[in-house]
Design a binder for this molecule. Structure first.
Ligand SMILES: [Zn+2]
Length: 272
């Protein structure tokens, strides 16, 4: 009996020594890692702005969409610029019928004439982004009134809907007009800007809704796409087919969410 007890205690002692040794090696490894980790070096780097010429394509910085039932989700954001207009009601009707929410970028000066439509847009879960007051390239970019105009449009939106939208879209896109100085002003104001990944070119195609559909559906291929459209008659005419065809391609539809922002500007400026 004594012999067995001694043997047992020897085994336990050896086990304890092995466990302590493993812990010591692991602790040493993690300490070494934390000192030399490249992730730490990257985190300490200053976030420098890259020129578009250095990065030819817009890359979305957000982590790729989560998998769902083992499948990667394919998501598309439908965006509508230059409203509110006489076509907004029909766009909202189609979105509602399909249980889809859209992201709108509206011109401040147009809002007062379509107050009820814009209120409905918000009530139905669509995002009320803004798109300047004048839509004038010279005023916005050459005279540097961009942030001032966007703030005015935000204030009008707030007055009508109670929402002060942080996301704006640059008339004509952010390249080349939205200079570093303007982006600095935006960053200080907490303003974000979305360009797009697919351009429907709908404004060029009056009377040709099939052309609009084709421009969108043939170019939507990545896991996450943001489609630029406008409040135009041909867009209204194309919208149901666009939705049907994108669904057939396995896409789901999402609306912009400030809590879930990801940068999407042609300058690759991650501050906005
Ligand atoms: Zn526009």
């Amino acid at each position: 009996m004594v012999d067995v007890t001694n043997r047992r205690s020897t085994v336990i002692k050896r086990l304890v020594i092995v466990v302590i040794a493993i812990c010591a090696v692991a602790a040493g490894f993690f300490m070494f890692q934390s000192i030399t980790s490249p992730a730490k070096a990257v985190a300490n780097q200053k976030n420098s702005v890259q020129f578009a010429s250095e990065q030819p394509k817009v890359e979305m910085k957000k982590v790729a969409p989560e998998k769902y039932n083992g499948q990667v989700r394919k998501v598309v954001y439908l965006t509508f610029d230059d409203g509110p207009s006489e076509f907004q009601k029909e766009i909202l009707d189609i979105l509602k019928k399909n249980d889809i929410k859209g992201t709108f970028f509206m011109i401040g000066g147009n809002i007062p004439a379509y107050k009820e439509s814009v209120k409905r847009l918000v009530k139905e879960g669509n995002y009320p982004g803004v798109h300047s007051m004048t839509h004038n390239y010279t005023k916005l970019y050459k005279e540097g009134k961009f942030v001032e105009e966007m703030k005015q449009a935000q204030d009008i939106m707030k007055e009508v809907t109670g929402i002060h939208p942080n996301l704006v879209r640059c008339p004509y896109g952010s390249m080349p007009g939205l200079t570093q100085a303007l982006r600095d002003q935006m960053a200080s104001a907490g303003m974000k800007e979305w360009d797009w990944t697919v351009d429907s070119l709908d404004w060029k195609l009056p009377g040709n809704p099939n052309g609009v559909t084709q421009n969108v559906v043939s170019h939507v291929n990545k896991e996450r796409e943001v489609v630029l459209m406008h409040e135009k008659k041909q867009t209204v005419q194309a919208l149901q087919t666009i939705i049907d065809d994108l669904r057939k391609k396995g896409y789901e539809f999402e609306v912009y969410d400030e809590a879930d922002h990801f940068p999407l500007n042609f300058w690759h400026d991650n501050r906005i």
